[in-house]
Design a protein around this ligand. Structure first.
Ligand SMILES: NCc1[nH]cc(CCC(=O)O)c1CC(=O)O
Length: 305
């Protein structure tokens, strides 16, 4: 089977596409099918536009061009960072696999100081309202500096105009730069973005059964349940990935635990919900967590940012 995998051209996107392509080839070999995967680079509006990420990402610019290329049969499947995917389903496409999640945590990258050790008023860069608010909750004295750009650009500012940046561990690891993380921030201190560290693999709804089976074999049930709950909380809150909404689910011993956090822009007020359910009802667990937060005033808190 000769397959075309559509990917963005950024270093992170091509790294994760390449790693996933290797996994597809290995899955084929395990099933006795010879598979080759060719990467097809698609340029997205998010790669071109130099404006602020906030607002842009909400409309899923990173994702739309890949989906259009898939619908136009320029490729056979695409891989997205699940974190960047809008929660609304997309007509004509389906998520055939959510592979096992990478490290879901955010990490602080500095010249050696931990978050606690950074000097008073240190400048820490992030373009994410979720990271900014949680940073301020932990260290109200910090100056959070809005930045965007690829991982390389962000890391390059450390020791220059910034004392540190916060990035996703998964992105650094996929780029082979995990050693540049100074301190992983625990999922309780810095609750991750819904879907952080996970990938979503999409195919056309009319894809051949052999392709569907091959890619479907890479689905990881526990990851799928966890991110389904996280994203359903996000959708219930009617928040995009630029909102100060964090959600992290885990499956252990047949139970799905979901921690959802909505936090005001200055970090002084946070609402937390911790809910436990079963993986088969992940979506409803996320929904009830979202509704509880709305009932407790989450909407006003989200508007404050
Ligand atoms: N919004 C950008 C983005 N989308 C996915 C990742 C990498 C990690 C992941 O899969 O969550 C990143 C970079 C980052 O947030 O540091």
């Amino acid at each position: 089977m000769n397959l075309r995998l559509g990917t963005r051209g950024s270093a992170l996107a091509t790294a994760q596409a390449g790693q996933f392509a290797d996994a597809v080839v290995a899955a084929g070999a395990a099933q006795g099918v010879e598979v080759s995967v060719e990467l097809v680079t698609v340029t997205t509006k998010g790669d071109v536009d130099k404006g602020s990420l906030v607002g842009l990402s909400q409309t899923g610019v990173f994702v739309t061009a890949l989906r259009e290329a898939l619908l136009a049969d320029e490729c056979d499947f695409v891989v997205h960072s699940l974190k960047d995917m809008p929660t609304a389903p997309f007509d004509g496409l389906e998520t055939v696999a959510i592979p096992e999640r990478e490290d879901p945590r955010d990490v602080l990258c500095t010249e050696g100081e931990t978050l606690e050790e950074l000097p008073h008023g240190a400048r820490v860069g992030t373009g994410s309202p979720r990271r900014a608010a949680q940073l301020l909750a932990l260290r109200p004295d910090l100056e959070v500096v809005p930045i965007r750009g690829n991982v390389d650009t962000r890391l390059g500012k450390v020791g220059e105009e910034l004392d540190g940046v916060v990035l996703a561990a998964a992105g650094l690891n996929r780029l082979g730069r995990g050693a540049e993380a100074t301190e992983p921030l625990s999922v309780d201190r810095m609750v991750p973005a819904p879907g952080q560290g996970a990938l979503a693999v999409e195919i056309r709804s009319d894809a051949a059964p052999a392709l569907r089976d091959l890619l479907g074999s890479l689905d990881h049930a526990d990851t799928r349940a966890a991110v389904t709950a996280e994203r359903s909380a996000l959708a219930t809150l009617e928040a995009g990935c630029a909102a100060p909404v964090a959600a992290y689910g885990t499956v252990a011993r047949g139970r799905l635990t979901l921690h959802t956090r909505v936090i005001g822009a200055d970090g002084r007020l946070a609402l937390n919900e911790r809910n436990i359910g079963v993986p088969s009802e992940a979506a409803s667990l996320g929904r009830s967590s979202g509704y509880s937060l709305l009932g407790r005033g989450a909407e006003r808190l989200m508007r404050s940012s």
